[in-house]
Design a protein around this ligand. Structure first.
Ligand code: ATP
Ligand code: MG
Length: 326
């Protein structure tokens, strides 16, 4: 079975795009894929952050993933900072990465341009991501467009390390998430729905109450004209609603479009479908949140298994690069 790894950084609130693009595919593939799911809390420290929020969200994300159906007995399910080998390997990989190579990362250039003090960890974050991947001999990493360059870096570093110090790491492959569609922001359909969006009006959060989800859908920006057609270029708002409905019902946006004559009807149907998809996740979340010890125990067990797996890879990497075994 191929091993596939996905991380969730606890910055911002998980939303419908994360659910359709990343969480639901994990849940449906976990029976026949060797799945690693982790909360990348260390990555949340690369930008200005509130310590209490990162801690709270780490538990919230873990609880939400379980609520959505990730099975901690089937998946390797962990919090990154609970497995010290992530940072241990990060350092070894820094010694195999060029400064210019790290500086070329588009995301670093974009995020560091936003102003404020730039942390060294923002520059080295893709190397930590490479460590996350290489630590577990990962075969496949589902990546959206924004992470493609980072995955390429992980591959380059793995290949360079293997060539220079001897075969040590599995070289990972990028895989396109099964839902090719990207869910766009409801208020600004030119941008993707994102955890870090400035305004919450355009993001359907997994923990929004049903009436809030409904209101956000009903207020979604639509386009000039009145017909319901799937045309992302000329009708980004309506097309996004069709994408969302199609994702909920396992259909195609084009086919879904044929069922509606007016925007209002479409919105009603989208609101119903989104609530039907997300309300059970929220309900299960509220049950699990009442029993944080269950979630904590799952994370402890996952971290323990992960440390065991990871320590072997660290041992071979250290030996290869020239460190004296204790
Ligand atoms: P950020 O703005 O902090 O980058 P994000 O919403 O893009 O947040 P990530 O943590 O970068 O979330 O991504 C988590 C997973 O969710 C990834 O697998 C990513 O491809 C997927 N994902 C994120 N946004 C969308 C979206 N709008 N549509 C579909 N999939 C998405
Ligand atoms: Mg992102």
């Amino acid at each position: 079975m191929p091993r596939r790894l996905t991380g969730f950084t606890p910055s911002g609130d998980l939303h419908f795009g994360n659910y359709i693009g990343a969480i639901a595919p994990i849940v449906s593939a976990q029976a026949d894929t060797d799945t690693v799911v982790f909360i990348s809390d260390l990555h949340a420290l690369t930008l200005e952050h509130d310590p209490a929020q990162v801690r709270r969200r780490t538990l919230e994300f873990a609880t939400l993933l379980l609520a959505a159906g990730a099975d901690p007995d089937t998946c390797l399910f962990l919090v990154q900072s609970h497995v010290p080998q992530h940072t241990e390997l990060h350092y070894l990989l820094e010694c195999a990465t060029g400064f210019g190579e790290a500086q070329r990362m588009i995301q670093f250039r974009e995020k560091s341009r936003r102003g404020g003090r730039v942390r060294v960890s923002l520059l080295t974050y893709p190397i930590l991501m490479a460590a996350d991947i290489l630590l577990y001999d990962t075969d496949e990493v589902p990546v959206g467009e924004d992470q493609n360059q980072h995955l390429e870096l992980a591959r380059d570093v793995a290949e360079r390390f293997n060539a220079r110090y001897g075969p040590t790491f599995t070289v990972p492959k990028a895989v396109t998430p099964p839902v090719a569609a990207r869910v766009m922001d409801l208020a600004t359909p030119g941008e993707k729905m994102s955890k870090s969006a400035a305004s919450p009006a355009g993001a359907l959060r997994l923990l929004d109450e049903p009436r809030v989800l409904r209101r956000k859908v009903m207020r979604a920006v639509t386009d000039a004209g009145t017909d319901v057609t799937y045309d992302p270029e000329h009708k980004p708002g309506v097309s996004n609603l069709l994408t969302i409905l199609a994702a909920c019902t396992g259909d195609t946006p084009q086919r879904v479009a044929g069922r509606f004559d007016r925007y209002g009807e479409l919105k009603e149907a989208v609101a119903d479908a989104v609530v039907a998809t997300l309300a059970p996740v929220r309900e299960r979340y509220l049950e699990l949140a009442d029993d944080p010890e269950y979630v904590r125990a799952a994370l402890r067990k996952g971290a323990e298994r992960a440390r065991e797996l990871a320590s072997e890879r660290i041992r071979t990497a250290k030996a290869a690069i020239g460190l004296l075994p204790p």
